[in-house]
Design a binder for this molecule. Structure first.
Ligand code: NDP
Length: 332
């Protein structure tokens, strides 16, 4: 048994302390598959965990990081063998189980899926939980029966991770995409990803009316709060909004009017505990449908210790698109 480099959160009297340090393999938690982590990413939730801005971490010491891609080193299962490339998203990893910001992870094989064919580990982490959540949201809208001929689709928090991938996916599927952002300087970036229109965040964050002008048939919302309430009040009859985030707040000051007078649906998206079959479906669609040139355009790559500086930036809403963490130092 040896040690490996990891970002570790320790609990201290004054709160929590975060450092890049050596971690003893003997202190890994139970699992039936050992993975050599090559790449990870920085999601909003990782930012909350590292800054301590919300109680994401529920065990100390904790190695944060909710997403990883890597190579199986040891497995006591029939479905994974040494050398297999795998991906993990969520399942409490980085929250209750030692996580992704480390050269090594010991995990339950039930949590792993094979790296989808056609994408590299680095591309899988450019997608990450943010992109996989965007695909779960698109699938939920499609299962609701919505198609691009029904009207535009709105994406909020559009310049963020879930938002950027949502814009690219919806545009690729033929939707007229309206991208809402608080960063007007990112309009060109969003149009390059496929947005047909860019609207100011402020336009959708005022006090919501029970019903507003019908502007879109579908939406993917990362923001919550008054923004989600405004989205619902401006959704066309029979339309739906997929709610996946709370970057603007956890509350939802809406009324029943959109639901009972327009038959609007609110579709909840949870990526963390989604069943394995749904993950495999979403990742298969991502590998098939996501434009990899657009993915590259929304991605920056940082080394493991760069996560410490990226965490407060993503919580402050200043990160554009997606970040890949090159854990193994192999490049992207
Ligand atoms: P990012 O920080 O990358 O994106 C969030 C975006 O929201 C920002 O870039 C910004 O976009 C916008 N935003 C930030 N703060 C505010 C604010 N106060 N008011 C309005 N808009 C704001 O995060 P992710 O894309 O990784 O995650 C987005 C959300 O989705 C988070 O709340 C996250 O916890 C949640 N999430 C949920 C998952 C699930 O399973 N349900 C899975 C993954 C993420 P802009 O500047 O363009 O306005």
């Amino acid at each position: 048994m040896g040690t490996f480099r990891a970002i570790v959160i320790d609990k201290t009297e004054g709160g929590q302390q975060v450092a890049v340090r050596d971690f003893d393999e003997a202190d890994l938690m139970d699992g039936d598959v050992d993975v050599r982590v090559t790449h990870s990413t920085v999601n909003y939730k990782d930012g909350l965990a590292i800054t301590g801005a919300a109680p994401v971490v529920r065990r100390f010491p904790m190695i944060p990081g909710v997403d990883l891609a890597g190579i199986v080193e040891r497995s006591s299962r029939a479905d994974f063998k040494p050398g297999d490339a795998v991906v993990l998203n969520g399942w409490g990893v980085g929250e209750t189980h030692l996580g992704a910001y480390a050269q090594k992870a010991r995990l339950k094989g039930d949590w792993l899926i094979p790296l989808p064919k056609g994408i590299t580990p680095s591309q899988a982490m450019a997608i990450g939980t943010a992109g996989y959540t965007a695909m779960l949201a698109l699938i939920a809208l499609e299962r609701h029966g919505l198609t691009p001929d029904r009207g535009p689709a709105i994406v909020t928090g559009a310049a963020g991770g879930v938002g950027s991938v949502s814009v690219a996916l919806l545009a690729g599927a033929g939707w007229h995409v309206i991208a809402s952002t608080g960063r007007p300087g990112e309009a060109g970036y969003l149009k390059d990803l496929g947005a047909a229109e860019v609207v100011a965040r402020a336009e959708l964050s005022g006090t919501p009316r029970p019903l507003g002008k019908e502007r879109w048939a579908a939406g993917i919302d990362s923001v919550g709060s008054t923004t989600l309430a405004n989205l619902l009040s401006m959704t066309r009859a029979g339309g739906a909004i997929a709610a996946c985030g709370l970057a603007g707040g956890m509350d939802l000051p809406t009324s029943v009017a959109p639901f009972i007078l327009r038959g609007v649906a609110l579709l909840g998206i949870d990526s963390v505990m989604a069943a394995k079959a749904r993950r495999i479906e979403a990742w298969g669609r991502l590998a098939r449908d996501l434009d990899l040139a657009k993915l590259a355009a929304m991605t920056t790559t940082i080394p493991l210790d760069g996560v410490l500086a990226a965490a407060p930036e993503i919580v402050a809403g200043r990160v554009r698109g997606r970040i890949v963490v090159d854990v193994a130092g192999e490049g992207s």
